[in-house]
Design a protein around this ligand. Structure first.
Ligand SMILES: O=C(O)CCC(=O)C(=O)O
Length: 501
């Protein structure tokens, strides 16, 4: 410890004792004494308080560089009379990755006079109420805010006791952001808005009978104490998020998933100094309007990031693939959930790739993502109506087709490809990679991979002809002219129901 650091301490307790009985900084009142983070200090980092993540100051000082209503699509109470599920669904489809949507004071359990026709069911509940409904013994993963590491040794009873302590009696700042409760009794008390259910890809596959178990990602209860901070991240699979505050107050800073920003994000994740680097410093500023997309939205206009405050009763729709961090200024309870949409498939696939490159552990990925992506194409081929597809859907199908082809080529490289490929020289890891990939493709449902790709390609071509689309990667129908190999023909292609675990 430097002499400067020791000069700040009036009563020193060693690292081992500090957890129960922290060192006291020189201050008038011991009640307000700062708790030193000895975990960080021991790792050679600077002296700092356990109550404050190092980036909170940067977060608080961040200011939007443009008027708020140009950065976010805001819906206020005076627009509620036109608000129904269709209206919001169309907005989400229109913006998909492009703009966050914030609906102010929409929760009727908090604002009973609100006149919207949305079916929101988000009752106000305390952490004690939630614990009573779910059960004290339910294990819960708890994030230590300063290190951003998760601990699995907690249950809800312990968490409630921690959360209900006054601020100054909490040993460290901790946050719960991954308690999915759709398999608990809380599930019946809370309902996802219809406008989310109707565009959620997983829901669509479930309704079509293509999967019979849904991945558990749609209902999370987040319980954060004052001064919680979640560093920048992208939600798994580039999912969109609905997020509503039941109690307290939350602030987001977010950046759109432009190619440059995603590259910066990837580099930041792979950097040894990730924790000490403020992600916003890696964003290349764009001063001037770049271009308008086909809906007239200037996606790049938002590039410098934006900050959104969310109060109790508000609902945020975070678009697909956005890079965000979250600060909690007051003890808060939030309900949120993740969903994949067809219009954002391109972004989902990009983020899936980044997760591979940055080696995100399986546990933190969207469950069975690859399998679901194949089943989306299968569902279109089986149930889609070529006459009714939007241009966004067609673009997404083309992206999916390309994604399938890449995987097919990884599984069955041509002779030239395999002799050129560096990876095939690492025979064992390559075999393992292929096995994992093969297991994640639902051949029990789609049948032969090559036949499926051929059929889908022909189907997409037929839409192209009907719509006389000339832009995009128009397929020439030339793929897979080579002979279909026997080993990729599933023996069980009559089984048409997949299980998602
Ligand atoms: O509320 C938080 O601290 C983090 C929430 C979040 O970013 C998420 O769940 O993706």
């Amino acid at each position: 410890m430097s002499s400067f650091q020791s000069s700040l301490i009036s009563e020193y307790h060693c690292f081992n004792c500090d957890a129960d009985n922290p060192s006291v900084l020189k201050r008038k009142s011991t009640r307000n004494a700062k708790k030193i983070d000895y975990v960080a200090l021991n790792n050679g980092e600077e002296l700092r308080s356990k109550d404050m993540h190092r980036h909170i100051e940067r977060f608080i000082n961040f200011e939007n560089d443009k008027p708020f209503d140009q950065l976010v699509h805001i819906i206020e109470e005076d627009q509620f009379n036109k608000l129904d599920d269709n209206y919001i669904e169309n907005l989400i489809q229109k913006y998909h990755s492009k703009k966050p949507i914030l609906i102010k004071r929409i929760n009727p359990n908090i604002f009973p006079k609100n006149k919207s026709k949305l079916n929101l069911k988000f009752p106000q509940m305390s952490v004690s109420d939630i614990t009573k409904v779910i059960g004290e013994d339910r294990p819960v993963e708890v994030m230590d805010v300063l290190t951003q590491n998760n601990s699995t040794s907690w249950n809800l009873g312990h968490w409630r006791d921690y959360y209900n302590k006054p601020f100054e009696d909490r040993d460290r700042i901790r946050n719960v952001i991954s308690l999915e409760f759709s398999d608990t009794e809380l599930n019946d008390l809370i309902d996802i808005p219809n406008f989310i259910k109707s565009i959620d890809v997983v829901n669509e596959l479930y309704s079509a009978g293509i999967i019979d178990i849904k991945p558990k990602v749609s209902k999370y209860c987040l319980m954060s104490v004052k001064n919680s901070f979640t560093d920048f991240h992208i939600d798994f699979g580039g999912t969109s998020v609905y997020y509503t505050v039941l109690k307290g107050y939350k602030s987001f800073i977010m950046y759109p998933p432009t190619a440059d920003n995603l590259k910066s994000y990837e580099n930041w994740c792979l950097n040894d100094n990730q924790n000490s680097t403020w992600f916003g410093d890696l964003i290349k500023p764009i001063e001037q309007q770049q271009f308008l997309d086909k809906d007239g939205e200037d996606y790049y206009y938002l590039n410098n990031g934006l900050k959104i405050d969310i109060e109790a009763g508000d609902l945020l729709i975070l678009p697909s693939g956005w890079i965000h961090s979250v600060y909690t200024a007051q003890d808060s309870v939030v309900i949120g959930g993740n969903f994949l949409t067809v219009s954002s498939i391109n972004t989902h696939l990009k983020i899936f790739e980044i997760e591979k490159i940055t080696k995100v552990p399986e546990k933190y990925k969207f469950p069975n993502f690859n399998r679901i992506m194949w089943l989306v194409g299968y569902n279109y081929l089986k149930n889609g109506d070529t006459g009714k597809l939007s241009n966004d859907e067609i673009d997404s199908l083309k992206a999916l087709l390309n994604f399938y082809k890449i995987q097919y080529n990884q599984l069955y490289p041509t002779k030239t490809e395999s002799s050129n490929s560096e990876t095939t020289k690492k025979t064992n890891s390559n075999k393992n990679f292929k096995q994992v990939l093969k297991n994640s493709i639902p051949t029990g449902v789609i049948g032969s991979i090559s036949q499926f790709i051929n059929d889908l390609e022909k189907w997409i071509d037929s839409i192209n002809h009907n719509k006389e689309l000339t832009n995009g990667n128009k397929s020439n129908g030339e793929y897979l002219k080579r002979k279909i190999k026997t080993e990729d023909v599933s023996p069980s292609n009559k089984v048409k129901k997949a299980k998602v675990k």
